[in-house]
Design a protein around this ligand. Structure first.
Ligand SMILES: *Cc1c(COP(=O)(O)O)cnc(C)c1O
Length: 341
């Protein structure tokens, strides 16, 4: 696959897609130890047809971004949290964790090596980094791999959804993760399970679907790739407490920011029958930061939040505050930002 050249990119229309940049970080786990990571120009992976990951899904991944500041420097946002979460995901999938310091080093090296591809300040674009790990041992019987590849590539992405446009969502009749399954791990299998429900939602004209808890189908879980929040009329920032959702770093950060804004942050079970208590609803995750949810349709009834065309004022402020911290325009009072240069 041919490499993307900087001059081929239109910073204001990047979308969210893969570009083959000059460098990525790669490492292998063999003979009981990591062999030592390094940058490589080779964007292909080579492994056997019987590799564990291909048949039994032993894979975990992460997603984080590098941001160009106004002064030209580069910020990372809470990469330690991604390193820790990847370790937790790996342990759930019986994989060898990638050491936290190596993970951070990998991210920094990949960003520096592809620095020319970080979208300029003000374009809304960022450099998205995708670290991942897979089991490569040849297996036929189901057993954890004893060999792994760790890799981290980067690709420039635009503002995931341009401007804050509210979107319509629908409650899915399917589940993405089982109760006490792998919902808390960032693993490929959860996404494979969400493809069909997501397809059905889109076919009906929705932006995507929202999953309920897999045991009772009564409480809100999350979207296929983003956590849920709702703002109540009395100023609570509510987000689901559930064993089958991915612990979002964006959520963790917004819980703090909401509190700073004078909202009351609450992690609790949220019944799908109580949707009308929310003034505003949003989806949170690294890719979009926040996507405002204009409506949720459940059993044929559409519940509208704030407006179907304009983001609510609290949603707008949460977004502006978090993105402002990430890109270095606002003070980083919690020490979340890692300045690369
Ligand atoms: C990655 C992901 C999120 C968002 O997590 P962030 O750390 O905020 O990017 C939410 N839900 C799922 C299922 C995810 O995979």
């Amino acid at each position: 696959m041919t490499k993307t050249r900087v001059e081929d990119l239109d910073w204001n229309n990047l979308g969210f897609k893969y570009h083959n940049l000059p460098y990525r970080w790669t490492d292998t786990f063999e003979d009981g130890k990591w062999q030592g990571g390094h940058l490589t120009q080779d964007s292909n992976l080579v492994f056997n047809e019987a590799a564990e990951e291909l048949h039994y899904g032993q894979e975990v991944f992460e997603g984080l971004k590098a941001y160009r500041r106004k002064d030209g420097g580069i910020n990372l946002f809470r990469p330690d949290q991604n390193a820790k979460r990847m370790k937790n995901s790996a342990e759930r999938l019986m994989m060898e964790a990638y050491p936290e310091e190596e993970f951070i080093k990998a991210i920094k090296e990949v960003v520096k090596a592809n620095e020319d591809f970080i979208p300029p300040y003000g374009s809304g674009g960022t450099l998205y980094i995708r670290p991942f790990m897979l089991g490569t041992q040849e297996v036929v019987g189901v057993t954890p791999s004893d060999r792994y590849i760790f890799r981290a590539y980067a690709t420039p992405v635009g503002a995931y959804v341009k401007g804050l446009n509210p979107m319509p969502y629908v409650i899915s009749e399917h589940d993405r993760a089982a109760h006490k399954g792998t919902g808390q791990a960032k693993t490929a299998g959860n996404y494979a399970a969400s493809l069909y429900p997501s397809f059905l939602a889109k076919k009906q004209g929705f932006a995507d679907c929202l999953f309920l808890d897999p045991r009772e189908h009564q409480y809100i879980d999350e979207f296929s790739g983003a956590n849920f929040y709702g703002i109540t009329k009395d100023g609570q920032f509510q987000t689901p407490k559930s064993e089958s959702i991915l612990p979002s770093i964006t959520k963790k950060s917004l819980l703090k920011i909401a509190e700073d804004m004078g909202l009351n942050p609450v992690e609790t079970k949220i019944s799908v029958d109580e949707l009308d208590k929310f003034e505003e609803v949003g989806a949170m995750g690294t890719a979009a930061v926040i996507s405002p949810v204009g409506s949720i349709t459940y059993k044929g009834k559409k519940h509208v939040f704030h407006s179907e065309t304009e983001p609510g004022p609290i949603t707008q402020k949460l977004y502006d505050t978090l993105f402002g911290i990430q890109v270095g325009d606002l003070p980083d009072k919690y020490g979340w930002v890692v300045k690369l240069t």
